[in-house]
Design a binder for this molecule. Structure first.
Ligand SMILES: [Zn+2]
Length: 356
C-alpha cells in the first residue's frame, strides 16, 4: 500500500485530532482549529467537517491544514506519529512536531493583531478627546487631548486601509504598526531582577558579531523563566481557576519582555493547538525569533517552550497581557480611575475576516 492509502486506512481524523491536542467530546464534536470557534462545530470521525466554516476533508487534509504543510508532509508525519508501515518506506525518521507557519498565515495573524491594537488605541483616543477637552479657549491643552487630535485621523485611515486597502497597503501598515508596537514595548518595559538583556538575534548573528556570550546568557535566562512559569502556574492553579497573582513573581523577576518572549515562543511552536485563543496566537506571532533552527536541526524555541497545559497557560498569557496593557496606559487613564469618564463606545467595526 502506498503512503496515502496506508495512512487513510490506518488513522481516522478523530485519532489525529486527539493526538495533536484537540479535545474531542461526545459524538466526535470539537472546536474547529480553522476558524475562531467558540463552541464545538467540527465533527471528526473518519473524515472531518466543520458546520461553521465548511472546512471538510480526510485525515491528510486535516493534518496538512493544521500544520500548514503539503499533503505529502502531512501523510509522512501521520505515518511517523502512528507508526504506519507503507510501501517504499525508508528508515523511519523523527518528524518535527513544531508548527511550521506559512508566510500568508503569519501575515494573517499579524494583520489581525495590529487591527485589534489599533481599535483599542482608537477607543482610547476617542475617550481622551472628550475627557480632556479644554474647558475654555485659553485653558492649557492636555497632552492626551493633543495626542487624540493629532492621531485620530491617522488611526481611522489605517483601520480603513486594513479593511479595504490593497494587499501592499495592508502590508505596509502592518509592518509600520508592528515596528511602533515593538518600540513601545521596549520603552515601557521596566528593569527586571534578573538583569540579563533579552537577546533578539539568531545564534548565527551572535557568532558573526562576537555576541555569543550575550546570546547564551539570554537563552539560559529564557529557560529559567520557562521553568518558573511552570512552577508559578502549578502553585496558583486550584484545579478550577488560575489566581490572578500567578504572574506576579515571574514578571518581577524576569520582566515583561522576557516573560512575553517565552510565552510567545511557546504559542508559536504549538500554534496548531486549539486551546490557545486566536487573540493570543495573533499576539504571539507579533514576536520575531530570527532563524530559530539550531545547528542540530532543532529549534531554539523548544528549549524554553512552557509545558503547562495549554488551556491554563492561555489564561496565564491573558493575565500577562492585561498587566502589560495596564502598565502602558498613562496613570490617569487606568481603568479604576476612568469610571468617572464618559463610557467608551465600542468600535462598530467587524474585524477583517481572517478565516481564509
Ligand atoms: Zn471551522
Amino acid at each position: 500500500m502506498n503512503l496515502f492509502e496506508a495512512v487513510k486506512n490506518s488513522v481516522t481524523t478523530r485519532q489525529a485530532a486527539e493526538r495533536y491536542g484537540l479535545r474531542v467530546g461526545h459524538g466526535g464534536m470539537c472546536r474547529c482549529p480553522f476558524h475562531d470557534d467558540k463552541n464545538p462545530s467540527m465533527k471528526v470521525d473518519k473524515r472531518f467537517h466543520c458546520f461553521g466554516c465548511q472546512a471538510d476533508g480526510d485525515v491528510i487534509g486535516f493534518t496538512s491544514r493544521l500544520f500548514g504543510t503539503t499533503a505529502r508532509d502531512a501523510a509522512l508525519r501521520l505515518a511517523s506519529d502512528f507508526g504506519i508501515q507503507y510501501d517504499g518506506q525508508s528508515r523511519p525518521s523523527p518528524v518535527r512536531q513544531n508548527y511550521t507557519i506559512s508566510e500568508p498565515e503569519l501575515f494573517r495573524h499579524r494583520l489581525s493583531f495590529v487591527f485589534d491594537e489599533l481599535v483599542a488605541y482608537r477607543n482610547q483616543l476617542m475617550q481622551w478627546s472628550s475627557q480632556y477637552e479644554p474647558e475654555s479657549m485659553d485653558a492649557e491643552i492636555d497632552p492626551r487631548f493633543q495626542e487624540a487630535i493629532v492621531n485620530l485621523a491617522t488611526v481611522e485611515y489605517q483601520l480603513d486601509a486594513l479593511l479595504t486597502g490593497s494587499d501592499a497597503e495592508k502590508r505596509m501598515i502592518v509592518s509600520d504598526c508592528l515596528r511602533e508596537i515593538r518600540r513601545k514595548r521596549e520603552e515601557t518595559y521596566m528593569e527586571p531582577i534578573v538583569d540579563v538583556p533579552v537577546y533578539h538575534e539568531s545564534a548565527a548573528h551572535a557568532r558573526k558579531f562576537g555576541e555569543l556570550e550575550q546570546y547564551r546568557k539570554s537563552h539560559f535566562a529564557n529557560i529559567d523563566c520557562k521553568r518558573e512559569i511552570e512552577e508559578a502556574v502549578a502553585a496558583h492553579f486550584d484545579g478550577f481557576r488560575l489566581d490572578r497573582h500567578a504572574i506576579d513573581g515571574v514578571m518581577e523577576k524576569y520582566g515583561p519582555e522576557r516573560v512575553s518572549l517565552v510565552l510567545a515562543a511557546t504559542v508559536q511552536v504549538k500554534a496548531w493547538d486549539g486551546r490557545f485563543s486566536k487573540a493570543n496566537k495573533d499576539w504571539a506571532f507579533s514576536f520575531d525569533f530570527p532563524d530559530p533552527k539550531n545547528d542540530l536541526g532543532g529549534d531554539r524555541r523548544d528549549s524554553y517552550a512552557v509545558t503547562t497545559h495549554p488551556a491554563i497557560l492561555d489564561g496565564f498569557i491573558n493575565l500577562v497581557r492585561q498587566a502589560i496593557r495596564e502598565r502602558e496606559m498613562p496613570r490617569e487613564a487606568k481603568p479604576e480611575l476612568a469610571v468617572v469618564a464618559a463610557p467608551v463606545k465600542p468600535a462598530k467595526r467587524k474585524a477583517p475576516d481572517m478565516a481564509r
